[in-house]
Design a protein around this ligand. Structure first.
Ligand SMILES: Nc1nc2c(ncn2[C@@H]2O[C@H](COP(=O)(O)OP(=O)(O)OP(=O)(O)O)[C@@H](O)[C@H]2O)c(=O)[nH]1
Ligand SMILES: [Mg+2]
Length: 679
C-alpha cells in the first residue's frame, strides 16, 4: 500500500492572467465531488474570495485546494497569473513537486508565463502543461503544440488531445489508452523522451524502436521528475472536458513528494520517511484580523505532530506547534499530524517569515533561499486621520510579512513613510486590503526625491551679529571660506583662525552653527553635502560675545558664502536592470533618453533581453507603468541607488520652484498672483 507521502501530489498551477487556472481548480473539484458550486472563477465560492480579487476578476493570493481521488490527495495551489503578484507564484512553487503551466491556445505564450516556466525548472520541479480555450473557433491544436515545442523544447508531448477544437470541443482522447495515427504519433514522442531516462532504457529503445508497455509505464514518473518529459493536456474547465483524464494522470503518473525525496531541498538524506527528523519550509504567511498569523508550510521530511517543539533555522527561536491546521480553499480544519509532502499551517507563531526553514532541533540543511524580485515602485503614504496614525506602522508591517515583494520604510533624508511594491496596481491593492482588514485609511502620493545641495566653486562669506537690547548685548563676527569637496566626502570643518581673533572656546560654536546650516540648505531646504567650511577670521567682544552669537554668525556667514559659490542641486541616480522580451529591446532602449537615462550594456539570456542602464530617480517614479505599456505588461525592472549627481540647470530651477511652493504655499500663491497681475 502506498504511504501517505506516496499518495500526495503537490501541484502548483502557474501561468499568465486569465489563462484558466482558477477555473481548472473549480473543474477538478466538481469532477471529484469537492466543494465548487459555481462554474466560473467569479462564482466558484472557494476561489477569488477576497473583495480585491472579485473587483478585478484576478486571483491575487495563492490558495491550496485539496482534491481527493481514489485514495490520492492532490494539493493544488492556485496562484495569481498577474505579473505584479508573481511573489505568490514564486513562493508556491517551493511547496510543489510539479508545476502545471496553464496556457490559453488563443495567444502565443506570454513572456511572464515563460519566466514562471523557467523558475519552475530551475527549482527542480517536474513540469506539465494544460492548454485551455480550445473551444474558441479557429484554434489549431497541432500548430499550437508545435509552437510550444519550438519555444519550450521537444520534451513537450500531448498526453491528451481534443477530438475537435472550436465550438464543438466536447471530448479528448488519452494517448496512453487510445490508438489512432494522431495518438500513435504523440505516443512516439513520449517514448523518445522516456528513452533518455537511463542507458539501459535507451539501448532497448534503439534496438527495438519502441519501449515495452511495462518499461513505458515505469519510465513515466522518472522522465517527468528529471525534466525529460513535459506532458501536455487539453482541457475545457467550464464543461469539464479533459479534466478527468488530467486527474487520472496526476493520480497515477505524476511524481509524489517521495519521487524527489528531501534531496531536492538540499537535505542530506534520501528518505522523506515518517521517522526522519522533521524539516519544513514556510511558503506563505497570512495575518488575519480574527485568526491571527498563519504560517503555511510544506513538510519536507519526517512527521510534524501537534504540540511538537520546533526551531526556526533563521532566528534560532524555539516554539511549540500548538495549533496545526490543514487549509482547503478559504477554509481550514484542525490537524493532529502531517507527514512529508503535506501542506499544513501553524497558527499563532509570530516570527515566521516566507521562506523560513523550521525543524525539530537545529538541522543540517541547506534549503535554497527563495529569491523574489525587488520592489520597483514607491509611494509616500500618510494617515488620513489621527486615529490612523498610531495604527499605520503595525498594519503596513503585517502586509509586508505576507508579501515578500512589498516593503515599507521611513526615508531617513525626507522623513517620509514609504511603501515599495511591484507596480501602482500592486501597491493600490495592498493599501485597499489594509483598509479592509485593519481599518487604517491612508492617502498616498509620489515620494519626495532626496535631493541634496552643494557648491561648484569656492567663495567667501561674512556675518557680524550684533544686538543691543537693554542689559547685556550680543556680539560675534565671522569670516569664512567654502570650497567644494569630492562627491561623497561629506562636510569638513577647518579651523584656520590665527592670533585668537575668534577665541578657542567659540570655535566649536561656529562649527555648530555651520552644521545647523547643513541641515536646512539654502536653495530648496535640502541637506548640504560635500564641501569644506574654513573659519579664518573673526572679532569678539569681551562682555557681549557668547556661544549663541557665534553660532548665529557662523551659520549666516555660511549662508552668504554658499549662495556666492554657484550652488547646485544633486539628485539620486539609480542603477537599473530592465528585463524585457527581445522584441521590445529597441523601444525600451530608445525610451531611456526620455527619462534622462544612460545605456550601460545589453545581453540576451534564454530569449530575455537584459538592459543595464542608469537614470535619475526623479524620472523613474512612474517607470513601472511606462515599462508595462511599452512591453504589453511583460517587462520588469529593478533599481538600486548608485550616487548623487548634479541636476541639469533648467530642471534645477523647476525643482526649486516646486519645492518653494510645497514649503510655503501661501507665499508662492501670492507671487504667482502678482506675476499674473503684472502680465
Ligand atoms: N471559453 C473558455 N473560457 C475559459 C476557459 N478557461 C477559463 N475560461 C474563462 O476565462 C476567465 C478567466 O479564467 P480564470 O480561471 O479566472 O483565469 P486565471 O488563470 O485564474 O486568471 P488569474 O487569476 O488572473 O491568474 C474566466 O471567465 C473563465 O471562465 C476555456 O477553456 N474556455
Ligand atoms: Mg485565478
Amino acid at each position: 500500500m502506498a504511504s501517505r507521502t506516496e499518495a500526495l501530489r503537490n501541484v502548483a498551477l502557474i501561468g499568465h492572467g486569465h489563462s484558466g487556472k482558477t477555473a481548472l481548480v473549480g473543474a477538478m473539484l466538481r469532477a471529484t465531488g469537492g466543494k465548487a458550486s459555481g462554474k466560473s472563477p467569479e462564482t466558484f465560492d472557494a476561489a477569488n474570495c477576497e473583495p480585491e480579487e472579485r473587483e478585478r476578476k484576478h486571483t491575487l493570493v495563492a490558495r491550496v485546494h485539496r482534491i481527493e481521488r481514489e485514495g490520492v490527495v492532490i494539493q493544488a495551489i492556485d496562484t495569481p497569473g498577474h505579473p505584479d503578484f508573481i511573489g505568490e507564484a514564486i513562493a508556491s512553487m517551493c511547496a510543489a513537486d510539479i508545476a502545471c503551466l496553464v496556457v490559453s491556445a488563443t495567444s502565443p505564450l506570454p513572456y511572464h508565463a515563460r519566466q514562471l516556466w523557467e523558475r519552475a525548472g530551475n527549482a527542480g520541479l517536474a513540469r506539465a502543461i494544460v492548454v485551455t480555450h480550445l473551444d474558441h473557433d479557429g484554434v489549431d491544436f497541432e500548430a499550437f503544440v508545435g509552437q510550444l515545442r519550438e519555444s519550450l523544447g521537444h520534451k513537450v508531448a500531448p498526453l491528451t488531445y481534443p477530438v475537435t477544437t472550436g465550438h464543438g470541443f466536447a471530448a479528448v482522447r488519452d494517448v496512453l489508452t487510445h490508438h489512432s495515427p494522431r495518438a500513435d504519433r504523440f505516443h512516439d514522442w513520449i517514448e523518445e523522451d522516456e528513452a533518455e531516462v537511463d542507458d539501459e532504457v535507451l539501448s532497448h529503445y534503439l534496438e527495438k524502436g519502441h519501449l515495452d508497455p511495462q518499461e513505458f509505464d515505469r519510465c513515466l514518473v522518472p522522465a517527468m521528475a528529471r525534466g525529460l518529459l513535459v506532458p501536455l493536456f487539453a482541457v475545457e474547465p467550464a464543461n469539464g472536458c479533459g479534466v478527468d483524464a488530467l486527474l487520472r494522470f496526476l493520480a497515477n503518473h505524476a511524481p509524489s513528494p517521495a519521487a524527489f525525496g528531501p534531496r531536492r531541498f538540499g537535505l542530506p538524506g534520501t528518505a522523506a520517511g515518517a521517522d526522519a527528523p522533521f524539516v519544513g519550509q514556510v511558503f506563505k504567511v497570512v495575518v488575519d484580523p480574527y485568526v491571527g498569523r498563519l504560517a503555511h508550510l510544506r513538510c519536507i521530511q519526517g512527521t510534524l505532530r501537534h504540540g511538537q517543539s520546533l526551531v526556526c533555522q533563521r532566528t534560532g527561536t524555539s516554539f511549540l506547534a500548538s495549533h496545526l491546521l490543514r487549509g482547503n480553499g478559504k477554509d481550514a480544519v484542525v490537524a493532529h499530524e502531517a507527514t512529508a509532502g503535506e501542506l499544513v499551517a501553524l497558527a499563532k507563531i509570530e516570527h515566521l517569515h516566507v521562506g523560513d526553514v523550521i525543524a525539530a532541533g537545529v538541522a543540517d540543511c541547506r534549503v535554497p533561499p527563495l529569491v523574489f524580485p525587488t520592489p520597483s515602485y514607491t509611494r509616500h503614504v500618510w494617515p488620513k486621520s489621527r486615529a490612523d496614525e498610531s495604527k499605520i506602522g503595525a498594519a503596513l508591517e503585517k502586509l509586508c510579512v505576507e508579501d515578500p515583494t512589498l516593503c515599507t520604510r521611513r526615508d531617513t533624508e525626507t522623513g517620509e513613510l514609504l511603501v515599495e511594491g511591484m507596480s501602482p496596481l500592486h501597491v493600490e491593492v495592498q493599501l485597499q486590503r489594509m483598509h479592509r482588514r485593519w481599518q487604517v485609511a491612508v492617502e498616498s502620493g509620489p515620494p519626495t526625491i532626496a535631493y541634496r545641495e552643494t557648491i561648484a566653486a569656492p567663495a567667501q562669506g561674512h556675518h557680524r551679529h550684533k544686538k543691543q537690547t537693554g542689559g547685556r548685548g550680543q556680539f560675534a563676527e565671522v569670516f569664512a571660506r567654502v570650497r567644494p569637496q569630492q562627491r561623497g566626502d561629506g562636510f569638513v570643518f577647518v579651523d584656520a583662525v590665527v592670533g585668537g581673533s575668534v577665541p578657542r572656546q567659540f570655535v566649536p560654536e561656529v562649527e555648530k552653527g555651520a552644521r545647523r546650516f547643513l541641515q536646512r540648505g539654502a536653495l530648496a531646504a535640502f541637506p548640504v553635502v560635500d564641501l569644506a567650511y574654513e573659519l579664518y577670521d573673526g572679532k569678539y567682544h569681551d562682555v557681549d560675545s557668547d556661544q549663541l552669537s557665534f553660532q548665529i554668525a557662523g551659520e549666516r556667514a555660511f549662508h552668504e558664502a554658499f549662495l556666492a559659490a554657484r550652488p547646485v542641486l544633486l539628485e539620486p541616480i539609480m542603477s537599473l536592470v530592465v528585463n524585457v522580451p527581445e522584441r521590445c529591446t529597441g523601444d525600451v532602449a530608445a525610451s531611456l533618453s526620455g527619462i534622462r537615462g544612460r545605456l550601460l550594456g545589453m545581453s540576451v539570456e534564454s530569449g530575455v533581453q537584459r538592459i543595464e542602464a542608469e537614470a535619475p530617480l526623479a524620472s523613474l517614479l512612474d517607470y513601472a507603468t511606462q515599462l508595462r505599456s511599452m512591453t504589453a505588461g511583460e517587462g520588469a525592472f529593478s533599481m538600486l541607488y548608485a550616487r548623487h549627481e548634479p541636476v541639469p540647470a533648467p530642471i534645477q530651477a523647476e525643482v526649486v520652484r516646486n519645492r518653494q511652493a510645497s514649503l510655503h504655499p501661501a507665499a508662492h500663491a501670492e507671487v504667482s498672483r502678482q506675476d499674473a497681475a503684472s502680465a
